[in-house]
Design a protein around this ligand. Sequence first.
Ligand code: ZN
Ligand code: ZN
Length: 357
Amino acid sequence: MISLQTIGAVKSKFKKKADPFEMKKHESKIIIKEEFKEGLYRIEESSHILIIFGFHLSEGYDLKHKNYFGELKGVFAARSPRRPSPLGTTVVSLIDRKDTVLTVQGLDALDETPVYDIKPHHPDFTAVNLSLPRLWINSLVKTDTIDELLSFAGILHGHYCPGLALGVKASVTAMKCIQELNNDGMENLTAITETNSCFADGIQIITGCTFGNNALVYRDIGKTALTLCRRGDKKGIRVCVRPDFFELLGKKYPEFVRLFDLVIKQRAGTNEDLAAFKTEGRKASFGVSAMSDDDLFRVSEVPAAFLPFAPITESLICPECAESFMASKAVGNGLCRSCAGEILPRLDGSGICCSEN
Ligand SMILES: [Zn+2]
Ligand SMILES: [Zn+2]
């Protein structure tokens, strides 16, 4: 028989039984006992941590139980708190550590829940089904598990920021509006992004519409807006970020806005400022992910616009550089565009530019 040590306790606004999905939208704190403080050394290097806690209000157990979605399941096939060993585990995002206080988002544990252990968490790619690689993302969209989607989006984007969170949330909203939760990257969906900022990365990873699978259109307008259409539908959905969003962000996360100005706009600040900017960015992005659609977006139905299927063209070999290229791109006497010295438009941070410089 092992004995468990209580290493700390949860501080949450939820004092009694509540909807776990609602609870996950809010920040909570884990207060670690002073005697275990050394054990937190370098914990802030983990963006996500696994919390092992006790269901302290739960008594007894059921071997079969109706789960959150009303499906009858065995206790070991479900997350019911009524279990022979009343232990819960949840992966949360670690927003901040101040001394012995951890601020986390995504914890579905009530106030005063005893915490027994904490471990670093790394995304588990065994969750990816090889025959349906987007199944996992789609199931997270279905259950509004925004934090996990946002965590995953960070892999593509490289950092967490409110723009990425908006892209993730706008995608979830649009996908649910058009009831398209089975995108398999086979050109059934078209996403139109009106910006190529952080927002666009949230769109690509969550909707699965990318340049590579001929499902992403870039319109060089500079609005934080996404339109999503399903092939054959008459209407699509446009989700546009509200004009007062940045004002709202400044009110809720003034430190993030200050550091954004310093680190990104002025390209100044120390390494500590950069580290603080990333921490504040993570805090603000998971904060945005918990906001309601009404506070963030204007959602409207629009006439559908979807891409034609990708043209299949034959290849040519350029006589100058001997590289193979799409025949549809040939110029003059069969040269590739770079050997022909054409000025090629390109997409960069400024949008579509007509010059290469
Ligand atoms: Zn970003
Ligand atoms: Zn060439």
